[in-house]
Design a protein around this ligand. Sequence first.
Ligand SMILES: CC(C)(COP(=O)(O)OP(=O)(O)OC[C@H]1O[C@@H](n2cnc3c(N)ncnc32)[C@H](O)[C@@H]1OP(=O)(O)O)[C@@H](O)C(=O)NCCC(=O)NCCS
Length: 236
Amino acid sequence: MPSTESVRFAVLGAGGHAREVAWIATDIAGPDAVACFVDHDLSPLIGRTLAGRPVLRMQDLAGSGLAVCPAVGDPHIRERMMLEAASFGLAAAPVVHPSAIVAPTARLGEGIVVFPRVVISVDTEIGQHTHLNTAASIHHDVRIGRYVTVSPGAHLCGNTAVEDFAYVGAGAVVAPGHPERPLTVGRGAMIGAQSCVVRDIPPAVVACGVPARPLTRRSGAAELAPLPEWTLSSDE
Ligand SMILES: CC(C)(COP(=O)(O)OP(=O)(O)OC[C@H]1O[C@@H](n2cnc3c(N)ncnc32)[C@H](O)[C@@H]1OP(=O)(O)O)[C@@H](O)C(=O)NCCC(=O)NCCS
């Protein structure tokens, strides 16, 4: 995996998360670390500058030698960006801020983004293109899948799992699981800000509250099984 210091980035996206990732990359490697932002073809920002850098289309990067960093919070959009980038022969590089504390036994996937003051503890596994936002903490034996977003100040306690494409909101807590049966946030699920997960959250479900209970499904997930009985209801 190339290190952040040795590459120049095209940051994919042009929103707040993209500007934050650009700031972190330049904090690590200096102002030349970020060459440009990339937005979709119809964006009014194309041809303009953002945070002092040009905003380009993906196809403008072909043959540029730049590394890419898909930098939007939505996990599915991040995957689509990465697939498009790969079709132009572009590869990702990690962005790991030096103020993050990473245990030597943690395994980090390709293209991971780790914001300042994140703590990644022992025997953890973080999948590719997952973003761990400011001051998130990931404790022992946690398994996080691909394209997961962990928001600022969220805490994943020991023996828990967060499956691919899930989104954990700001300040949320996933309570400790057991070594043989990790407490699991299902694939594509979304956990609300300041919520506390104490039971497994099914795939593609939006859950929130203390304790977190399913609220609805993420859009596009209507074909999935009915919500469990412990779903939030309007009279609670
Ligand atoms: C959970 C969430 C996805 C729900 O969004 P939504 O589908 O638009 O839901 P609504 O805002 O319409 O709220 C629906 C109900 O859930 C409640 N609710 C929403 N978010 C909640 C939360 N985090 N905790 C507890 N209850 C919550 C609302 O009060 C509302 O209750 P009501 O029907 O009794 O009035 C969203 O509120 C959230 O927390 N997103 C995480 C954002 C985040 O942390 N981003 C990090 C950026 S750095």
